[in-house]
Design a protein around this ligand. Structure first.
Ligand SMILES: Cc1ncc(COP(=O)(O)O)c(C=O)c1O
Length: 283
């Protein structure tokens, strides 16, 4: 996704160009990463599972004690002016910080109003049926123990992608390992297919990806067996197919892991079927 310096946004009740927004240096999102975010995919002006994304936003806010400044239906109407029918695809980001701090104490301030930022970025979906797949690299997962919360405190995720960049493989994917199991990628959920079964880590200390839920549903709809269990490092290398899911890359095949080929080293038929089915949801 290319970031231009000129795109529509919303800040604390006003629709503005992103350039016109200024955020206080005392914003707790800036000071402490004390904020929750959401990224909603939009295709030709139509959101994909907006309800699921808003629900996750509300749950995230609730789990960190930020009172949502808007109801679900109010969030949904606030999004509307940012939807662009001319854009092939957009991601609408919503960021809600706890508000501005005055004393720089870590504990929640007694009175503070959340700051709400929304912005829209258009992009061209980067994966298609001719996609050749990317390589995966196992990395230790040293993120915190509440990765189910979509918090903007993303240092672990940033460092994971920076390691790929430093290693000269910025376009590959990091596969994060906890206790010998592959649990998540830094911005996606993981799927592995072997002998008629699709494995994906169970919810707990991973983000409940909306694309993950859609993927599980699509798989079940076509009669595939889905087991919610994290594959071990050894097991995933012997899978016939591996892919990761998120709202921008949709379903992205991983065709090797630490140099070992997955299946025949190309995106496989199960990915193809599910990816194709996913495309049908955009219409
Ligand atoms: C850590 C992590 N896991 C999974 C996902 C996928 O979530 P979704 O499918 O809702 O985009 C994301 C998305 O940004 C993420 O940051």
């Amino acid at each position: 996704m290319q970031y231009h310096h000129n795109f529509p946004a919303f800040y604390n009740g006003k629709y503005l160009n992103i350039n016109e927004i200024s955020i206080s240096p005392l914003d707790r999102g800036f000071l402490f990463g004390d904020s929750i975010y959401e990224a909603i995919p939009v295709y030709a002006g139509k959101t994909l599972d907006e309800e699921g994304h808003i629900e996750r936003l509300m749950e995230g806010l609730n789990s960190v004690g930020i009172i949502s400044p808007y109801s679900s239906s109010a969030w949904r109407s606030l999004l509307e002016p940012l939807l662009d029918r001319q854009a092939v695809a957009q991601l609408i980001y919503i960021q809600v910080s706890r508000g501005n701090e005055t004393s720089r104490k870590h504990r929640f301030p007694v009175a503070c109003e959340p700051n709400v930022l929304m912005f829209s970025n258009s992009f061209i979906p980067p994966i298609d049926l001719n996609y050749q797949g990317c390589a995966g690299h196992l990395q230790e997962d040293f993120r915190w123990q509440r990765c189910d919360i979509k918090s903007t405190s993303l240092m672990g995720n940033v460092l994971a992608y920076q390691k790929l960049y430093r290693d000269g493989v910025a376009n590959d994917e990091a596969l994060l390992v906890r206790d010998g199991k592959v649990v998540e990628a830094p911005s996606s959920n993981i799927f592995a297919y072997k002998n008629g079964v699709i494995y994906t880590p169970s919810l707990g200390n991973i983000l409940g990806g909306i694309t993950r839920s859609i993927n599980i549903k699509l798989a079940k709809d076509v009669g595939l067996n889905v087991v919610e269990e994290a594959p071990s490092c050894e097991f995933i290398k012997t899978a016939q197919e591996v892919w990761v899911t998120n709202s921008m890359e949709e379903l992205k095949p991983v065709v090797s892991i630490d140099g070992e080929m997955i299946g025949d080293g190309l995106p496989g038929p199960i990915w193809r079927e599910l990816f194709h089915a996913f495309q049908g949801l955009k219409a």
